[in-house]
Design a binder for this molecule. Structure first.
Ligand code: FAD
Length: 116
């Protein structure tokens, strides 16, 4: 049975959320204004308190206290977010993602044309 019309479980919520967050990184400016940097910091801070998986949110807040968010450019934030996602991957026993490829995955599409 399709489960799209049921409440999201932790996995579905996680996949959708990473899609949103990496897509925000993909569209974040290369040279953001002071206001854009401030918006992204505020958004991520609020996000880490409202994320509706409470154990996930708690760990993510701790991560954000250790690894200060980088919002100085698209590349900085994209890499920071990739590392944050990798920390969750490690916690869950999943493979780490190669962060040199975050833009291919989330912005430009794979060089082999898989997304065309
Ligand atoms: P996901 O991890 O959801 O990844 C989706 C896609 O992103 C992958 O298919 C891959 O193409 C790409 N990707 C993978 N790694 C990276 C990366 N490092 N950078 C860029 N792209 C990448 N679940 C729990 O059970 N416990 C938790 O504590 C927990 N904490 C979470 C905290 C946050 C902030 C978020 C957003 C999610 C959290 N989750 C947690 C959910 C978990 O991370 C996964 O989303 C969920 O387990 C589904 O995993 P998945 O294998 O489908 O791929």
């Amino acid at each position: 049975l399709p489960t799209d019309d049921c409440p999201a479980d932790v996995e579905t919520l996680g996949r959708s959320t990473w899609t949103l967050l990496h897509s925000i990184a993909a569209t974040y400016p290369k040279t953001p204004s002071v206001a854009e940097q401030s918006d992204l910091k505020t958004f991520m801070g609020v996000f880490s308190r409202l994320y509706p998986c409470w154990v996930c949110a708690e760990d993510f807040q701790v991560y954000m206290q250790k690894e200060r968010i980088q919002v100085g450019s698209r590349d900085e934030f994209g890499k920071w977010l990739c590392e944050a996602h990798n920390a969750v991957n490690v916690k869950l026993g999943k493979d780490k993602f190669d962060c040199s490829k975050w833009e291919e995955r989330w912005r430009t599409g794979w060089k082999d044309g898989r997304c065309d």
